[in-house]
Design a protein around this ligand. Structure first.
Ligand code: COA
Length: 414
């Protein structure tokens, strides 16, 4: 049995943050009914299209295992249908601009009147405060949540990361909030509001940087590349490729770096594995040298240390470095390109990268469920076409007969 079988979700989400959440719940077996504007649908269906008139990969990769109903929730008949859906669902999830659902006539108070057991889950850019009314996209959240000011190199501008920590990251928070509220409902019998702000989600992932902001008062942050030569200002600087924990780490070049932009590896010089690392790179003499053989002695010379490591890694491919450093317990990770990830058999094996067949697009790759449950494995099914399940949902969930379905279509409500 699927873990969330029997849970029905009214999915008013669009773009990335909300759909990430409801896709995850759908993979766990929830019946996710995606509500989309008639004739238009989720804007991402048409964004970054690679094939004309075919749902984009942007859309298909965020909306697996869902059913799609088109519904104009601003139309009178549409509102009646929407009210019936609220009665029949356990959760409503949305990530519209602030106030959009209220403007449709469905405030939290009204939703509770319709169904006191329903959980109302929202993503917004910001929580209450000066920015609460703003529309927000991924990189706005990365900038406002502390990620951009702390990412990049000291001599460069603030930098956003490719990982969608504002959108997909907040979607994960929302999913946890929904499942927690469902668990709470078992005892209380009541639904509740779940609100996740993207700024909060990014900051939660930047927790170590707020830690460092407070450490800064006591002196320089010795694990940052600015130490010992550089200056520290009033705020946490950009850390380059330094590790966020206490163990010094950096990205170093490997064989082929001149032509391959991803011929690099991350190496961590953990004290416990330093002897193995020194031997592997041909610097065994360091082990008897007080200038090198303690973490304290190495700390002011990290740049030189990583230069020496790089002199060796440049003679090896990133995978050869892995083969040599893993047996001596030196933590290291190859910089894998998206091409390498797409072709990696182990990721296919575990269902982390999945090939899906789509009636209009054909076969494509997607990222499967990153959470593996031993008793309820996930099956990744293709995303729905716009309104593919409208009739089916009107019939089986809303309880409409064929005449009512025809009339709803005629008046433009669906
Ligand atoms: N029937 C009728 N109207 C519908 C509808 C439907 N099925 N679905 C959406 N709409 C309406 C909304 O009610 C809204 O109307 P309103 O402006 O009169 O209230 C309108 O469509 C547009 O919705 P909105 O959310 O404002 O879309 P947008 O494209 O202008 O903004 C975002 C997009 C993402 C910036 C915005 O939704 C937002 O800030 N969301 C919260 C933060 C977030 O999740 N951002 C990350 C996105 S990955």
């Amino acid at each position: 049995m699927k873990a969330l079988e029997g849970v029905r979700i009214l999915d008013m989400t669009h773009v990335q943050s909300g759909p990430t959440c409801t896709q995850l719940l759908a993979w766990f077996g929830a019946d996710v009914i995606k509500v989309e504007r008639p004739g238009v649908g989720d804007a991402t269906r048409g964004q970054l299209r690679d094939i004309p008139d075919v749902d984009s990969l942007y859309f298909t990769m965020l909306n697996h295992n869902k059913r799609s109903i088109t519904l104009n929730t601003k139309h009178e008949t549409g509102k009646e249908i929407f009210t019936r859906l609220l009665e029949e669902c356990d959760v409503i999830a949305e990530n519209f601009a602030p106030g959009a659902l209220d403007r449709m006539g469905f405030s939290w108070e009204r939703i509770q009147e319709i169904n006191p057991r329903i959980i109302y889950a929202s993503v917004k850019g910001f929580g209450a405060g000066p920015y609460e009314d703003l529309k927000v996209y991924e990189n706005v959240a990365q900038c406002a949540g502390g990620a951009a000011s702390t990412t990049g190199f000291d001599d460069g501008p603030p930098t956003v990361t490719g990982a969608q920590i504002g959108d997909s990251g907040t979607g994960l928070n929302l999913a946890l909030g929904i499942v927690t509220a469902l668990y709470h409902r078992e005892k209380s019998g009541r639904g509740q509001r779940v609100e996740c702000a993207m700024q909060d989600g990014v900051l939660n992932l930047c927790r170590v940087k707020l830690r460092d902001q407070q450490r800064l008062k006591q002196g320089p942050l010795t694990e940052y590349p600015q130490y010992p030569q550089g200056e520290f200002g009033e705020a946490v600087p950009r850390g380059g490729n330094a590790s966020g924990g206490g163990q010094p780490g950096w990205i170093v070049k490997c064989k082929g770096w001149e032509t391959d932009p991803n011929a690099y590896i991350y190496v961590i010089t953990q004290a416990a594995a330093f002897a193995g690392l020194a031997k592997a790179i041909g610097k065994e003499e360091w082990l008897d040298d007080p200038k090198w053989n303690t973490p304290e002695a190495r700390l002011p010379k990290l740049e030189e240390l990583f230069e020496e490591i790089e002199n060796w890694t440049k003679t090896q491919t990133k995978f050869e470095v892995m083969e040599k450093l893993n047996p001596v317990n030196v933590p290291c990770g190859p910089i894998l390109s998206m091409k390498e990830i797409a072709e990696e058999p182990a990721l296919r094996e575990t269902g982390t990268v999945v090939e899906v067949d789509h009636p209009k697009r054909g076969k494509y790759l997607t990222v499967g469920n990153p959470v593996k449950l031993s008793d309820s494995p996930s099956e990744v099914k293709r995303s729905p076409l716009l309104g593919e399940h409208t009739d089916e949902i009107l019939r089986s969930v809303v309880g409409f007969n064929e005449d009512q379905i025809a009339s709803a279509k005629e008046v433009g409500a669906v």
